[in-house]
Design a protein around this ligand. Structure first.
Ligand code: SF4
Ligand code: MG
Length: 328
């Protein structure tokens, strides 16, 4: 079957006063129907640029984006409007993206009106239905977004994103601004919605426990590139890329098997204006060699669906590393 979203060789360059920033470099992945792909990395790794590029809020400098079989890489404004029925976005702070003068009912009905879906009365019915889906009372339709708590506003943002029954919702740090207990409620809501609606999520986050909780598969990004991609459990159990290992080492873990104790992550992220030669992680990698400084590693498939871009990935094959895992 055709993936709902296919991204191939996607690059985004920004021209700035200080020079060109290669925010995204040769990023490829697919999103299947009803799955959640988490995108994780430190700030500045390009994950938000990726989110904005797949909904065509920024223009790619290379590569292709397909919704199902439709290539939207260079879609016109009119074509994009049609595509927006299939792909919607939820941002970190919905208050910032929702017009404070509008009622919630108006905000939820607007996408339907733009796409000329239903009569006015039918749209009111749809709004009530959307509110129920995200766990808000029907009376919420008459109030304004600022009258709600952060978690409730995020429910409104999710309801608005779902109004057109999209196949894909891109969520850019949707719970990062919320208290931990509210985060859990929103994550559970997303999981429930996915189960009942079959929608696919591209979930951008920097909190590893959040990404682990919500994702079926995870892509790890560093300085504009995907350095590792695989199903969540194998990535967490056996991270192959030194950067993934360092991220997991640094993250607090509540339960589950201990990850190998590595040297963690040292040094600063290099400037995006002056990217390291060869492997971009070599300035911080504990096992970097001369080869790493000169040659960018190709992406290879360690096992079915598990991709890594490293000259020396931890395959778990050598005795020293299996002993390490065994003793965990
Ligand atoms: Fe480290 Fe070399 Fe792998 Fe890059 S290619 S992550 S520098 S071992
Ligand atoms: Mg961001």
């Amino acid at each position: 079957t055709v993936p709902v979203l296919s991204v191939c060789g996607l690059s985004v360059d920004y021209a700035t006063a200080r020079g060109v920033v290669h925010a995204l470099d040769d990023v490829s992945f697919e999103l299947a129907s009803g799955e959640t792909l988490g995108i994780v990395g430190e700030s500045g790794c390009g994950k938000s640029t990726l989110a904005r590029a797949v909904v065509r809020l920024v223009d790619p400098s290379a590569g292709t984006i397909r919704l199902g079989e439709e290539d939207i890489t260079h879609a016109s404004r009119r074509q994009l409007r049609a595509a927006r029925r299939d792909i919607q976005m939820v941002l970190q702070d919905p208050a910032a993206s929702l017009d404070p003068r509008w009622t919630v009912g108006e905000l939820l009905a607007e996408p339907l009106a733009i796409h000329r879906i239903g009569s006015r009365a039918e749209r009111r019915g749809r709004v009530a239905d959307l509110l129920r889906k995200v766990g808000l009372p029907p009376e919420a339709a008459g109030r304004r977004p600022h009258e709600f708590s952060g978690g409730q506003r995020q429910r409104i943002g999710i309801a608005r994103a779902l109004a057109l029954e999209p196949k894909i919702v891109v969520l850019d740090e949707p719970v990062s601004a919320l208290d931990v207990s509210v985060q859990a409620q929103i994550l559970n809501l997303l999981t429930d919605l996915q189960r009942t609606l079959g929608v696919s999520f591209l979930f951008i986050g920097h909190d590893l426990s959040v990404v682990e909780y919500i994702s079926d598969r995870v892509a790890v990004m560093y300085l504009g590139r995907i350095v590792e991609l695989g199903d969540r459990d194998s990535l967490w159990r056996r991270p192959a890329h030194p950067y993934t290992r360092a991220l997991l080492d640094a993250a607090p873990r509540i339960d589950g098997p201990a990850v190998p104790t590595g040297p963690g992550l040292s040094g600063d992220t290099p400037s995006p204006y002056d990217l390291p030669t060869g492997c971009r992680f070599h300035t911080r990698c504990p096992i970097a060699t001369e080869l790493c400084r000169h040659e960018a590693p190709a992406t290879r498939e360690l096992s079915p669906g598990h991709l890594v871009a490293c000259h020396f990935p931890d395959t778990g094959a050598e005795p020293s590393s299996s002993a390490r895992f065994g003793s965990g």
